[in-house]
Structure formats: structure tokens, C-alpha cells
Design a protein. Structure first.
Length: 202
């Protein structure tokens, strides 16, 4: 299932508002009900969820979201709920539970979660002790296949540096070029630098 779509040159995550039916950018302007798990866009959130979602800021959002999955294990928004649980744990600096829930969302196909997991393996940060470039390459590849532009940048770095693979400048350039066409700013910088150094040839 594809979760990415392009709107005005910007790639967004393709889930849709309960009210206005417009696509919602899950990273920045989404609102999820902690009682029923429905999603709305930022503008519709206050209006559509006021009679449904708990508005008390002191609620335990993690427990609320977990309760939704306990009551409905196959909830249509399960992938987003795992992602949100991971985010809530990250706010609490709970690295282990952040990783576990983002991994669940990644395995279900959410590109931003796949990118997060890849980044953890790439950098070797908690809960890992050392980088695992093979797993990083695996998750960056899947994330890119699902349309996450900046994954191309890290795949390019892996081949440029030879992280767990044989150095391959051609493949690195291929990823930078592809990421640039998808709108990755990091890839754009790499692309233009290589274009300049090689006098017009990537």
C-alpha cells in the first residue's frame, strides 16, 4: 500500500481526513482521536473530534492508543497508531519503546517509520550499540521504494563511503540524482556539487 503522494511538488503521507476527505500530512498536521483512532486534518480536528476525543491534555495518550488496539487489533489506522505511540514514547525519552513501536509501523509499511528505523541502524544509536549498515540499507531501500525522498540521500552516502558495501560512486550518484528528482534537499546539494566538480556530468 502506498502512503506517499505528491501535491504541489511536496511529498505527503496519504491518509485522509475524516471530515473534509483531504489527504493528511502525518508528520506535521494530523490530529488523531485518542478514543477511537480516527484521523482528521489540522483544520477539521477541533471541530470533528470535540465530541469524541478526550481533550484533557493530562490524559495518558500512550495508554489511550494502546486501548484502541486492544479493543480493535485490526483497526484501519493501526499503522498510524503504532507510529503515534512511538512518538509519544520519544517525547518521554523512552528509546526502547520508541524503537519497538516505530518498528511495528515500519513493518506495516509506513515510510517515515521505515526511515526512522533505518536511521537508528545507520547511526548505531540507542537501543543499538553499533551501526548495522546491512539493516540500514534494507530499511532505507524499502522506505525509498515507498516514496520517502531522503532515504535516497543515505543510500547514496552508504555507497559513497562504502558502509558495509564496496564503494561505488556510480550508484551513489544514481541515488543522489533520484532523490533530487523526488525533492530531497540533501540530495539536491550532493547532485549540484557533483555536477559542478564533474563539469556537467554526474
Amino acid at each position: 500500500m502506498k502512503f506517499i503522494y505528491k501535491y504541489n511538488g511536496i511529498y505527503k503521507f496519504k491518509m485522509f481526513c475524516l471530515d473534509c476527505k483531504k489527504a493528511v500530512n502525518l508528520l506535521y498536521k494530523n490530529n488523531i482521536c485518542y478514543d477511537c483512532g480516527e484521523i482528521t486534518c489540522y483544520k477539521c480536528g477541533e471541530k470533528s473530534l470535540k465530541n469524541c476525543c478526550s481533550k484533557n491534555k493530562k490524559i495518558n495518550k500512550i495508554n489511550k492508543l494502546k486501548n484502541i488496539l486492544e479493543k480493535s487489533p485490526n483497526h484501519k489506522n493501526k499503522i498510524l497508531i503504532y507510529y503515534k505511540i512511538g512518538l509519544e514514547y520519544s517525547f518521554k525519552k523512552d528509546i526502547k519503546n520508541t524503537f519497538e513501536n516505530e518498528l511495528k509501523a515500519a513493518k506495516l509499511g509506513l515510510p517515515v517509520a521505515q526511515f526512522f528505523i533505518a536511521g537508528v541502524y545507520f547511526k548505531g544509536i540507542e537501543p543499538l550499540e553499533t551501526p548495522d549498515f546491512e539493516k540500514a540499507r534494507h530499511w532505507f531501500t524499502i522506505s525509498l521504494e515507498n516514496g520517502y525522498p531522503n532515504s535516497a540521500y543515505y543510500l547514496g552516502l552508504i555507497y559513497e563511503r562504502g558502509n558495509g558495501v564496496i564503494k561505488d560512486e556510480y550508484r551513489a550518484s544514481t541515488f543522489y540524482t533520484y532523490g533530487y528528482t523526488l525533492g530531497s534537499k540533501n540530495c539536491k546539494e550532493k547532485y549540484l556539487n557533483r555536477l559542478s566538480v564533474n563539469k556537467g556530468f554526474i
